[in-house]
Ligand binder design. Sequence first.
Ligand SMILES: *Cc1c(COP(=O)(O)O)cnc(C)c1O
Length: 366
Amino acid sequence: MTTQSTAAETTRAWVDVDLGALVRNGAALQRHAGVPLVPMVKADAYGLGAVACARALERLDPAGFGVATVREAEELRAAGITRPVYVFSPLLPADFAEARAARAVVTLGDPTAIAAWVESGGGTWHLAIETGMHRAGIRWDQMADVADLVRANPPAGAFTHFHSAERNDGSWEAQEARFTQALAALPVRPPVLHAQNSAGTVRRGASPWSFIRPGVFLYGVGSGDGARLTPEPVVHVRARILETHALHDGDTVSYLATWRAVGQRRVATLGIGYADGYRRSLGNKGPALLHGKRTCIAGVVTMDMTMIDVTDIACHPGDVVTLIGRDGDSLVTVEQVAEFADFMSPYEVLTGLRQRLPRRHREHVP
Ligand SMILES: *Cc1c(COP(=O)(O)O)cnc(C)c1O
């Protein structure tokens, strides 16, 4: 789906989401792994718009979609998505009826929760196996605790989740060995097995499992050194210049006067700030692209406005500045912005973009 832009959407600041690049990133992963995708579209597709992203990814004939909450599953159903929707967080019994109504596949590991799911009416579920993260699922060496439940109510699948697949530290291999050990200890082997997130997919070749569960790679964030695939950028955060200011030697910019002009300088005020999710910690550090040239944030990012140094770039109010993404041949990656923002996680940069920034879904972003 491509949403038509209205003038009002792009008067100040917005996010261009490149659906063509999203689908190509998914296709590249699928080719690489040789198994279907279950794209993770939780948290509104990492802030980019779950429905628009899921509809675009339908072209890859995915084996389903992954979310974190029942509400997110309901949103996909309301949008007409009919494929399996997996809820990848443990649910409390209070959520079971709505999960069932949304035809969600629940993921359970706690024996009491599994028993409650069965007793309350049952339905398709996958067994969550905990292999090192100690976040969700039954410990890999405690399959005896669920053996009777699994025998009586076989899960449609079983899975685990890697904690550090982006590192070359042997951890995903160790987790996978635990996963295999747990599967061997079950009274019946579930027919559908899955384990790999983005990093766990790009750091190995063909997948030995039924499908892969990538998230962040789809949205344009790579998996660091040693990754065998690099994604295309998907997210482009834009803001318009609202004013320009000529500064004299010694003039200062923004709160706390942390940026001081040396000689004659020019700054431009952008209509974006930390209330849009453009972090305050990017003050005096964040890169900005204007007319294909790279410049930098000047002074502290304020709630609604941010200044950039435009001394060497001719520009006017209304011109568009790119704070994340591509402008001509220049690119600011999500990872770079995360690093400048005091080593935030790129996931947090994406999911931190606030709703005040309209998302424009585009088949192609030049
Ligand atoms: C979020 C999540 C993923 C996707 O992880 P990425 O690192 O974004 O690829 C996969 N599986 C589970 C269970 C998750 O919660």
